[in-house]
Write a protein that binds this ligand. Structure first.
Ligand SMILES: [Zn+2]
Length: 1041
């Protein structure tokens, strides 16, 4: 108090210069104390400021405050704000404006202070409006256009006002834009850069992205867009030494805000903006161009998805079906009642034709497949001989109704094929028998015959026929080259600017079978009419560039991501650019080093039958094709994404295949199962049943694998029957082919003769559904079944007709539970397109509750920690597995998935989704490498080994009666030092886990075409970027190159 009093005394006696001298030179300590919290010094200053009537004293105090806040930084400003300083300044501003002419020095001081204080005061926007300060400042600007000393702080204050949306609208109405546009003129050599910068950023703030768009409309109406463009050109011309990049960027920011509205984009195009910015193209205007190509969208806000309703986290007994209904499933569990006579060789029915509880139609054996091994030898004719005229034009039967009626009616015939094949020759099939014990080309063709596809495919893709041998070579995750996205967008823009170069020639079109009409031999040939194929249309855009359009999932109008198609008639050594232009996910691992897969038939015949990661200049970005609101699930203004990649073919007359990920067809599964069943020994119990028939008329295999009882003694039989069940499934999502490769690894391990495999078989009875969605896989879907639904969202109440595989899988689980054989582990294998490594999602009531509200009295919830054991073991054993990516939180959006339903309704505590990356690993032995089939298969085998170890960690009591409450020695494995520590190892995982690129186009910004409610978001952070003193935004960008 004393110090403050002394200060006051000084104020009244000395003039401000004297005072400043004293303060700054000798009483540094005092100044500190004045503003430190609790000293009350600031209050004293403010109250004297409020109460003084003397102009000179007021000026003195304001000068001191300016000095204090300039040196003191944020903390002092905070004290000033908390003591009510803002309101005092604003009132002073308004009252002094009432007796014009206002004192210029006073105005200068007040505005200089407001520039400092405004951004630190969360309520500044409201306060300034309520006090009526907006127009005072605006009038000052209007009357002092030449008075730069006063103009600068006033403009800065306008900018701060405008961070509040209501203020921005109000300033717009009062003519702020018109005044500010008077100030920015063409480029000049005078040192007015700062001023222009401030004007521009103020305009940008007034045109704020989030405001209702009213100001932007006003600016467009006034014709400011062409003005801004010509100003931009002017600066670009004169600023040859790039000294005023900040200004140019600010002009672009203004333009960008104008192009947020439809009207603005039209004005931009009309003013030839595309060409102007393209010709002056720099790194800085790329996103404006992109803006004008793209329709901006607002992705739905990621609602808090964590389940908070404790009731929904507790196990439930869904109105249990009468056991009589479930009794039919006894058929699939015959091992529990079988009478083993072990002195004689055991014959277990294993053919897929064994009848299940559902009456099955016999699979048609009369489907015909052209046989590549009867085709001419020369590769240049493969594409022709593979598509004989007679088989090329059967109708696409895409609707569910017709599918049921027509079944798998096939247009092709052996005759048609033979008519075409003039010169018969034998194609050399790569000899892969030693490397691919489960592959056999002839067997594959056999399998294809009984596979029913909606389009009634008659062709077979070579990679599936020859087989894929895992590449014995490291395929590193690509280092992303900075600027690729910009370059690609510029190339896209060039289509509009140099439209004469554009061919726009449709070269492949499933909807128009007579396409292409003319072929000058200059275009690539495309084909996707084979199992799992997906390509709807190919358009030659430029000589060596093609736009590709994917088929949506059957009976749905979205889900485009999976692709698999054939290309021929290529020129070697030329860079071809491919753009898949109707992708739907908002981001992709293609932006983080993942490559597409390519298979060359020439290479295969020459001894390298591999799918190889390929492509350069890969990126994935939002394009300007907008999705209909029907296709976007009712959301307006959604647009598609482009995956672009560039490939140089090595061979002339090659036939190459491209795929999203390593293909794994349904016919391949059937072939593998047949080969696996042949590996059966006297020790292995292996049985294949048909769980049911799918909508498309294909069978869904169910495997039972365990060890034969050691003998038919009562002890051995009873050990056999008391083995806990492990229930596995995969490929409910057809586009996630990696899950099938992991499953293949699991199955091969289970059928192997290693002692560990035998020990595992002796420990458990495996029930495995390796492909939950055969129809989706066959027809090249990405996500759905033939009913157009995501089958992994049907587990709560699956429909026996529409979702037969889910319905019967769940019924089988219900049967197991009803007979006291609730599985010890349930795991559904999936693939993840946006994350690296392999990881699991599990279910924990406690971890879910902790994520939402730690205060609820849930500490008394009983929960066994056994669900953590398996992921923990996997992280110790499997090099691709990452524990830190695992999550055990139950999300609302996942309540109908296998994992959650099996956990809640069947009561399987260890119920998981295992997600495998489509891209690669960023940890472990394979860090930095893209994932291949051998790593995926290894993962499947490691999963088995982890189950073997899980058995050792699980108490014998649990194994004998695993429905009782678990006595878990597994806990030894887990860090149980206090509950919170457990959560610390995993986190609630959001969809994206990759760091954003500097280059990345901002996909999240919202559209102004739909009016937003009058939001008042806190824009203070943005203001920090707008502040000329902090050029972080620019230096960040600049330092990248
Ligand atoms: Zn999935």
């Amino acid at each position: 108090m004393l110090i403050a009093a002394i200060l006051l005394l000084f104020i009244t006696i000395y003039n401000k210069y004297m005072l400043l001298f004293i303060i700054s030179s000798s009483i540094k300590k005092t100044r500190k104390e004045v503003t430190s919290k609790g000293s009350g010094g600031m209050e004293v200053i403010l109250s004297s400021l409020e109460n003084t009537q003397d102009l000179q004293t007021t000026l003195n105090i304001l000068a001191i405050l300016n000095e204090l806040l300039t040196v003191g930084g944020g903390r002092r400003t905070g004290v000033f704000v908390s003591k009510g300083g803002t309101a005092i300044l604003l009132q002073m501003l308004v009252s002094s404006s009432k007796n014009p002419p206002a004192n210029e020095e006073l105005m200068l001081h007040i505005h200089t202070l407001l520039v400092k204080v405004g951004p630190k005061d969360r309520k500044f926007g409201v306060k300034s409006r309520l006090n009526g300060a907006l127009n005072v400042t605006l009038n000052l600007v209007k009357h002092n256009l030449q008075n730069h000393k006063l103009l600068l702080p006033c403009l800065q204050v306008l900018r701060v006002y405008s961070s509040n949306l209501v203020n921005a609208v109000s300033l717009g109405k009062s003519g702020a834009l018109e005044i500010m546009f008077e100030i920015i003129g063409p480029f000049s050599k005078k040192s007015t850069t700062l001023m222009k910068y401030v004007v521009l950023t103020s305009i940008t703030a007034v045109l704020c992205v989030c405001s209702s768009g009213m100001n932007a409309r006003r600016a467009v109406d006034r014709g400011y867009l062409p003005t801004l463009l010509s100003i931009y050109q002017d600066w670009h011309r004169h600023d040859t030494r790039h000294r005023h990049v900040v200004i140019r960027k600010s002009i672009l920011a203004c333009i960008k805000n104008l192009t947020n509205i439809k009207l603005g984009r039209k004005a931009f195009i009309d003013a030839n903006g595309m060409r102007i910015l393209y010709n002056t193209s720099t790194i800085y205007n790329c996103d404006v161009l992109q803006e004008c190509l793209a329709v901006r969208t607002l992705d739905p806000l990621n609602d808090d998805d964590i389940e908070t309703d404790i009731k929904k986290l507790r196990p439930i007994q869904v109105n249990t079906r009468p056991f009589d209904e479930l009794r039919a499933y006894e058929y699939f569990c015959r091992e529990f009642s079988e009478i083993f006579e072990l002195h004689r060789p055991i014959i277990i029915p294993t053919t897929p034709s064994s009848l299940g509880p559902q009456n099955r139609r016999p699979l048609r054996e009369d489907l015909v497949t052209p046989r590549p091994d009867e085709s001419p030898l020369e590769l240049d004719s493969i594409s022709i001989s593979k598509r004989p005229e007679g088989t090329a034009d059967h109708d696409l039967v895409c609707s569910l109704g017709r599918l049921v009626v027509d079944g798998g009616v096939n247009g092709g015939s052996v005759d048609g094929l033979q008519d075409e094949g003039g010169e018969q020759a034998v194609l050399e099939v790569p000899d892969t028998a030693a490397l691919l014990p489960l592959h056999d080309p002839d067997l594959y063709l056999e399998m294809v015959k009984s596979t029913r596809s909606v389009p009634a495919y008659t062709e077979v893709a070579y990679p599936d026929y020859f087989g894929h041998v895992a590449l014995n070579l490291r395929e590193p995750i690509l280092e992303r080259v900075y600027g690729v996205q910009r370059m690609k967008i510029f190339q896209d823009i060039e289509r509009l600017i140099h439209s004469s170069d554009i061919l726009d020639k449709v070269v492949y079109d499933l909807d128009n079978q007579s396409c292409p009409v003319t072929d000058n031999g200059e275009s690539l040939k495309f084909n996707s009419k084979f199992e799992s194929g997906n390509l709807r249309k190919a358009i030659q855009v430029r000589k060596f560039e093609y736009d590709l359009i994917l088929n949506s999932d059957i009976n749905s109008n979205h889900y485009h991501q999976w692709f698999y198609f054939e290309v021929s008639n290529m020129r070697p050594g030329v860079r071809y650019r491919f753009n898949i232009i109707n992708c739907e996910k908002s981001n992709s691992q293609f932006n983080y080093g993942m490559q597409v897969l390519m298979y060359s038939v020439q290479d295969a015949i020459n001894g390298s039958p591999h799918w190889v990661r390929t492509g350069s200049d890969i990126c994935y970005y939002k394009n300007h094709f907008s999705r209909s609101s029907i296709a976007a699930g009712g959301q307006k203004g959604k647009s598609y994404f482009t995956l672009t990649f560039t490939v140089t073919f090595q061979h002339k007359d090659d036939v190459c295949y491209f795929a999203y990920h390593y293909p794994y067809t349904y016919s391949m599964l059937k072939m593998h199962l047949q080969k696996l069943s042949a590996l059966r020994t006297a020790q292995i119990y292996y049985r294949q049943d048909d769980l049911c028939e799918t909508l498309g008329g294909n069978s869904c295999p169910l495997l039972t694998i365990t060890a034969m009882p050691e003998s038919s003694s009562n002890d051995h039989i009873s050990q056999f029957r008391s083995r806990p069940v492990v229930f596995l499934s995969a490929r409910v999502h057809p586009g996630e082919t990696n899950s099938s490769w992991v499953m293949k690894g699991t199955l091969e391990f289970l059928m192997s003769c290693s002692p560990q495999a035998q020990s595992l078989r002796e420990s458990y009875i495996f029930k495995i559904i390796p492909m939950l969605n055969p129809d989706g896989v066959i027809n090249g879907n990405h996500r759905c079944s033939l009913s157009g639904e995501d089958l992994n969202r049907q587990w709560q109440s699956p429909n026996a007709e529409l979702h037969p595989t889910i319905y019967h899988a769940k019924s089988l689980l219900q049967y197991l539970r009803a007979t006291g054989r609730t599985p010890l582990v349930f795991c559904d294998y999936h693939g993840h397109s946006r994350k690296k490594n392999v990881f699991m999602y599990g279910c924990s009531i406690k971890e879910t509750v902790w994520q939402t509200n730690a205060n609820t009295s849930t500490c008394d919830l009983q929960e066994d920690l056994g669900y953590r054991t398996l992921p923990k073991l996997l992280s110790q054993m499997a090099p691709v597995f990452s524990l830190s990516s695992c999550s055990f939180v139950v999300e609302r959006s996942k309540e109908a998935t296998a994992r959650v339903v099996v956990w809640r309704e069947i009561g399987v505590q260890r119920s998981y989704t295992m997600e495998s990356t489509l891209c690669g690993c960023d940890q472990g032995k394979y860090k930095g490498l893209q994932i291949g089939t051998s790593e995926l298969e290894e993962m499947g085998a490691q999963f088995c080994l982890a189950l073997l170890r899980l058995r050792r960690y699980t108490s014998p009591l649990e194994l004998q009666n695993h429905n009782s409450h678990l006595l878990d020695t597994e806990n030894d494995l887990i860090d149980t030092r206090g509950i919170p520590n457990i959560t610390s190892t995993t986190t609630y995982v959001l969809e994206e886990d990759e760091a954003a690129f500097l280059e990345e186009v901002d996909y999240s910004a919202e559209s102004n075409d739909e009016n937003d409610p009058d939001l008042e978001p806190d824009l203070q952070d943005n203001l920090a970027l707008l502040d000329p003193s902090s050029d972080s935004e620019f230096s960040r960008q600049d330092s990248v190159n």
